[in-house]
Design a binder for this molecule. Structure first.
Ligand SMILES: Nc1ncnc2c1ncn2[C@@H]1O[C@H](COP(=O)(O)OP(=O)(O)OP(=O)(O)O)[C@@H](O)[C@H]1O
Ligand SMILES: [Mg+2]
Length: 329
């Protein structure tokens, strides 16, 4: 790892406002503050996760870092370059894969797609063949290299996207929701590829809505909400910050939902979530006093059957719900 410039992405007080028009006949101007002064930095060699609810500003941030969008104000540097004024210089050193993007040529084979994108990045023809073979192998598509992309499954297409994002051997790879829509096995394969890339020195900035994925992959994560930073740290540290909180989970049969809602009024119990299933209700609550909470649960649920009661430490998802979910009014 380089010690000269460890900090390879720097975001300082970045704001971005979208100005749009709404209405068909009577057009009205509307402004959306997608980013409201966001600051964070990414170190060389990290897998860094940007997490937050829909509309938090994650994709907007990635578009700014990858030269596709200009910030309204604030400062950004990527590999020591300004993505606005040094875009041409920066582009050969980075690459990105945006979720749901259809930028593969479906009529072409996997191999020909990679050859096409290699040409775009001006990779010398003499180097292309070897590199494309390596990439196809990395993403496990060597056996279908000459098959048209339109015959691929979603997981295969997504893996080809990853290979496409690597044709220029980028120093930083930006991945916006890379595992969206993938089955658990394909998603796991994708995580392995991401880890392997990172082991080989690629810095990765990704967004995901899957908390366990972020917990498993990321060295550090930033929680953002409504364009603002809520928390940035390693998953371990973030989980530890809520050390005094426990999660109590149980299933209950024969109880009205309103009875469960009553828990919310208790001072030591926060974030009661419940899900009605066929015969039972699954309840999850956060509390700073689990020993005090359990008798309250039994007291409130007199006459009902309580099953599978457990007290655990919060997962990253629990912390997320506490930090972000709890703020939703
Ligand atoms: N082109 C655009 N024009 C107008 N508003 C936009 C545009 N793109 C995004 N926005 C708005 O900016 C805010 C942030 O959007 P953004 O796509 O960055 O969120 P996100 O965190 O990526 O969400 P998601 O998890 O749903 O992908 C949202 O309120 C969104 O509606
Ligand atoms: Mg997005």
């Amino acid at each position: 790892m380089s010690t000269i410039n460890n900090n390879i992405i720097n975001v300082s007080q970045v704001k971005r406002t979208y100005k749009t028009e709404v209405g068909i006949i009577k057009k009205k101007k509307k402004e959306v503050d997608a980013l409201k002064g966001l600051s964070f930095s990414v170190n060389k060699g990290e897998i860094f996760g940007l997490l937050g609810p829909n509309g938090a500003g994650k994709t907007t941030m990635i578009k700014i870092l990858t030269t596709m969008l200009t910030p309204s104000s604030g400062e950004v540097s990527v590999l020591g370059l300004n993505p606005v004024t040094d875009a041409k210089k920066l582009r050969p050193h980075i690459n990105f894969i945006l979720g749901g993007e259809r930028n593969l040529y479906w009529r072409l084979s996997a191999y020909d797609n990679l050859a096409y994108f290699s040409d775009l990045y001006k990779i010398p023809r003499s180097e292309q063949h070897g590199r494309i073979q390596d990439l196809l192998e990395l993403v496990g598509l060597q056996d279908v290299a000459h098959q048209r992309v339109e015959t691929f499954s979603k997981g295969m297409k997504q893996r080809l996207q990853i290979a496409r994002g690597l044709v220029n051997n980028p120093e930083i790879l930006f991945l916006d929701e890379p595992s969206i829509g993938l089955d658990p096995v394909s998603a796991r394969k994708l995580r392995e590829i991401i880890r392997q890339l990172n082991d080989n020195g690629t810095t990765i900035l990704l967004t995901t809505h899957y908390m366990f994925e972020a917990d498993e992959l990321c060295d550090r994560i930033a929680f953002i909400d409504k364009g603002e930073l809520i928390e940035v740290d390693s998953p371990q540290n973030i989980k530890q910050k809520t050390n005094n909180v426990s999660v109590v989970e149980f299933s209950v049969i024969g109880i009205e939902a309103t009875k469960i809602q009553e828990f919310t009024h208790h001072p030591d119990i926060h974030h009661v979530q419940f899900e009605q299933q066929e015969f039972l209700t699954k309840v999850k609550l956060h509390t700073t006093d689990p020993q005090g909470a359990v008798p309250i649960i039994y007291e409130n649920m007199k006459g009902a059957i309580i099953q599978d009661l457990s007290i655990t430490k919060p997962s990253l998802e629990d912390v997320y719900v506490q930090l972000i979910g709890g703020k939703v009014s």
